[in-house]
Ligand binder design. Structure first.
Ligand code: CS2
Ligand code: MG
Length: 402
């Protein structure tokens, strides 16, 4: 089955998405997400200029060979742009292979290891009271796991405070917005937030929080220790993970479970963290982790160390990524939880999909392939609209991790 076309589709139904559509000589098509928030056009160009011409004429069934060809053949390996481009090709080819077999993708991966995929939702508020209320709304919607992010007293902005109820888009039109951050203000406040949530809603649900890369290792150790009585499911991205060793200091001081990996692109970014038992959940996902072919390798390594998966699933990862991740989640033996930040109605209309939410769990559906399609005519009505993620500065002007 030969590849006869590889088309890059860029659209902006409420936010920018980059999608690769591969077409075969037997009329089968496959979709892959290649969206890298704030750097969308870099991946689109990588695909259309440097990858699509290579794909024409190749056997669409040779997924592993094409993966190795694009990874080793690039010479310049790894990194978010390269691995998002490879991920889009890989995902589209798995979609085609499953459609050719007439099976939902999870069946090709080895079948279902569970009845449904537990997902977490995103409760947030401008202050403690609003956030406590928002957690209640998610529990009423049937969620078994809820992430809580709140505005911090004394700070105008903080990560994770959404403008919409169910979806969150941090990128703003035009140039990056500069947000002032203070870890001291946050550390003095955060433990009170989780105490208030547990006091109000009890312990019978999973409570998650995203530190969003903003603490030093010792600050993260302090927060992890302070919130132990609140039994967090995980404290995510407590500190930047370029230096994987940094997590050893956090581990020395707290038993709060740690999750990391949404910005990781290859197994090399997390090998030491996993092998040294420095994390409990790996958050790498399909679109930024080199596709299913590579994500399975990361999950298999993690399973040796009882590290479970917790795939990234933010609004800026398209429904193609979400659909594919849910097939992975239904199969992967060391599954933990799946992030599910919803998409806007306009996005859902451009990307019709088989996956569904039911009482805190999701199911990818039984459609052949990954179950997500694209309405190209509708997508064409939403041209690309430049937007950028914010940049954080400390009160003295120092650039910090957003
Ligand atoms: C976040 C994301 O969902 C998360 O855990 O860390 O919202 C992240 O900020 C965005 O995906 C960045 O584009
Ligand atoms: Mg995160």
């Amino acid at each position: 089955m030969k590849i006869v076309d590889a088309k890059v589709i860029v659209c902006c139904p409420d936010r920018n998405f980059v999608t690769l559509k591969i077409v075969t000589d037997q009329g089968l098509t496959g979709l892959g997400d290649a969206t890298l928030n704030g750097r969308e056009l870099a991946v689109a160009a990588y695909l259309s200029e440097h990858v699509a011409p290579w794909l024409i004429g190749r056997d669409a069934h040779r997924i592993e060979d094409i993966w190795q060809f694009l990874y080793k053949g690039a010479y310049w390996r790894r990194g978010p742009v390269t691995m998002s481009a490879i991920a889009a090709v890989d995902t589209a080819l798995w979609d085609i292979k499953a459609k050719a077999a007439g099976l939902p993708l999870y069946q090709l991966l080895g079948g279902a290891s569970r009845e449904g995929v537990m997902v977490y939702g995103h409760a947030n508020g401008r202050d403690l009271a609003e956030t406590v209320e928002a957690v209640g709304r998610y529990l009423e919607m049937g969620y078994k796991a809820v992430r809580a992010q709140s505005g911090v007293p004394g700070l105008d902005t903080a990560y994770g405070i959404a403008k919409g109820e169910l979806y969150y888009e941090p990128a703003t039109k035009g140039l990056p917005e500069v947000q002032v951050w203070s870890t001291e203000a946050y550390l003095d406040f955060a433990p009170r937030l989780f105490e208030a949530i547990r006091e109000r809603h009890g312990m019978d649900f999973h409570l998650l929080h995203d530190g969003h890369h903003r603490m030093t290792p010792i600050e993260a150790a302090r927060l992890g220790k302070a919130v132990e009585p609140c039994r967090l499911f995980w404290l995510e991205d407590p500190t930047p993970a370029e230096n994987q060793e940094a997590f050893r200091l956090i581990r020395q001081h707290t038993v709060t479970p740690l999750a990391v990996g949404e910005v990781f692109n290859t197994i090399w970014d997390c090998k030491d963290l996993i092998q040294n038992q420095l994390i409990d959940y790996i958050r790498t996902t399909v679109v930024h982790g080199g596709g299913l072919t590579h994500l399975r390798r990361i999950a298999d390594l993690a399973s040796l160390y009882q590290v479970r998966t917790g795939c990234h699933g933010a609004t800026d990862l398209s429904p193609v990524c979400m659909g594919t991740a849910l097939h992975f989640d239904l199969w992967v033996p060391n599954f933990g939880v799946q992030e599910y930040m919803r998409h806007s109605e306009a996005t859902d209309a451009v990307f019709p999909h088989a996956y569904r939410f039911e009482a805190g769990y999701m199911h990818p559906g039984e459609a052949p392939g990954h179950g997500v399609e694209i309405d190209e005519a509708l997508a064409a009505k939403y041209p690309y609209d430049p937007a950028a993620l914010p940049v954080a500065r400390l009160r003295d002007g120092t650039v910090w991790s957003w």
